[in-house]
Design a protein around this ligand. Sequence first.
Ligand code: FAD
Ligand code: SF4
Length: 517
Amino acid sequence: MSYDPRKKPRHLILVLGDQLNSDSSAFDGFNAADDAVWMAEIPEESIYVWSHKARITLFLSAMRHFRDALRRKGMTVHYSQLDGPENRETFSLALKAAIASLNPQRLILAEPGEWRVKQALVEAAKTKGLPIEMRSDRHFFSTGQTFSEYAGERKQLRMEFFYRKMRRKTGILMDGDGPLGGKWNYDAENRQPFGKEGPGRVSPPRSFRPDKTTREVKKLVEKRFSGHPGSLAHFDWPVTPRQASQALSDFVENRLPAFGLYQDAMWAGSPYLFHSRLSSSLNLKLIDPRKVLAAAERAHEEGRAPLNAAEGFVRQILGWREYVRGIYWHFMPEYGDLNRLDAQAPLPRFYWTGETDMLCLRETIGQTLSYGYAHHIQRLMVTGLFALLLGVKPQEVHKWYLAVYVDAVEWVELPNTLGMSQFADGGIMASKPYVATGKYIQRMSNYCTACPYDPSQAVSKAACPFTTLYWDFLMRHQTFLRKNPRMGLQFRNLDRLSRERQQAIRAQAKGLQEKMS
Ligand code: FAD
Ligand code: SF4
C-alpha cells in the first residue's frame, strides 16, 4: 500500500544534501504506507559562503537524482526546489513550513554533518513542539563516542594513534594483531616529486557528462548565482551512486598503483594526477567508505597495487577523514572561533580570481575556479601555506575553503583549514604548523620554473614571497613556537641569519603584507 500524501505522516524523514545514502539509519523502520521523506533546496546554503557554481550544482543535482531514486522505490518525497513556489530561505523556515503543512508525528534524521544546521533543525522542531530523533550516522567507521573515548585517554591528540586504533577495529590491512607488511605507515614513501620529466601519461579520471537533471540545475545555477565564483564549463562530477562506483573502479584500476609514491607531488596543468577524486562522492554519501577501502585492499591482495599505495590511500579515509570528523564534533562550536596566532589580515583578492604573478598560486587557484578541485598538498602547501605565512584571519580562510571546493562540508573542511593548515587551534590537530619556504614548492612541483620569483631568495626584487614570509612568520611567532620541540631545526636556521638580514626580511615582508591588505 502506498502513502496518501493528504494523510498526516507518522514519521517525516529529513534528508539533507550530504546524506544521499538510502541505507542511512534515517530509513530504518521506514514504512512507505505511513512515512514520508522531506528534502529541501535551501538558498541560504549556497550563499552563506560565496559558493563555487560547481559546488552548488553538484549538491542540487545529486539531491534531485536521489529524490527521483526514492520515488522510484515507491517512497513519498516532499521536495522543495530552489525555483519552486513553496521554497524558503533557511532550513529553519523551510522545516517549520513543512511541519505546518504536513503535520507529522515525529521527525527523524541521521546526525547532520554541520553544527549550525543541527541547531537550526532542533530549534525548528522545538518551536513546533515536535519530537526530533537524530540517529547515529553509520556511514562513518567511528562515532563521536569512539573519538571522545580516544581523546579522553590522552593529553595530546595525534592522528597516527587514532588511525592504528581504527585499523585494529576494522581489520583493514591487518595481519593478525599487527599491520600488514610490518609497518603501520608508509608515509615516507608517499612524498616523491616527479622529476624534470613530469608525471608522464596519467590516465584521466572518468568523466560524467551532465544528464538532463544536471543540465537543468546548471541552467538554474548560472541564472540564480551568476555572480558566484567558478565555472561550470568542465562540470563532470559523479552525481549518483552508480557513477561514484564507476569513478572508484576507474581510480583503483588506473591510478591507485602510483597514488602512494606521488601523493604530494604537483604539476602545472594536471589537476588530478594520481588522486581519486572521490571526496565529493564520499561526503555526499553517494558511496560507502567500506566499499572504497575494500576495493583498495583487494587491489593490493591481488597484486594490482603496492602496499605503500593501498596503505597511503586507506590512511586518508580510515585515518584522516574519521579523525577530522572526531575533532570537529569534539570541539565545536568553540573550534570555529579559534585564532591562536592572532592572524588578522584580510584574504587577498586574488584568491577569488587567480590573478597573481606567483605561479603556484595562479595554477592552484585557477584550477580550483575551473574544476572546484585541488588536491591535498595544493590546499595545504600552496593556498593554505600562503594564507598562514601572510597572517590571514583563519575564519576568512575557512570561508574560502568552504566555498570553493565541490567536496566542502564543514565537518571536514573546518579542522583541515583551521587546525591543519592555519594552526589556529594552537596544536590540537597538528603537532606543529605546516610552514616551509618556496623551496618546498620547488621540490614538489614544476611551478617555480616559469615563475618570475626565485624560491632561494628572501630579500630582493625577485625574492619568492613564500620564502620572505616564512622567515618573517618564524620571527613574528617565535615566543610561542620556540617552545615546540618539533620546530627546533627551523629556529636554529633562523638564528643563523644575521640581525641585518632578519631586519631586511622583515622590511620586505611588511611591503608584501601592505600590498596584499
Ligand atoms: P585523495 O587524495 O584521492 O584521497 C582519498 C580520500 O581521502 C579523499 O577523497 C578524502 O575523502 C580523504 N582525505 C584525504 N585527505 C584528507 C584529509 N586531510 N581530511 C579528510 N579526508 C581526507 N576534504 C574534503 O573532503 N572536504 C573539504 O572541504 C576539505 N577541505 C580541506 C581544506 C584544507 C585546507 C586542506 C589542507 C584539506 C582539505 N580536505 C578536504 C582534505 C583533502 O584535501 C581532500 O579530501 C582531497 O584533496 C580530495 O581529493 P581526492 O578525493 O582526489 O583525494
Ligand atoms: Fe610559488 Fe615562489 Fe615558486 Fe613562484 S617561486 S612558484 S611564488 S614558490
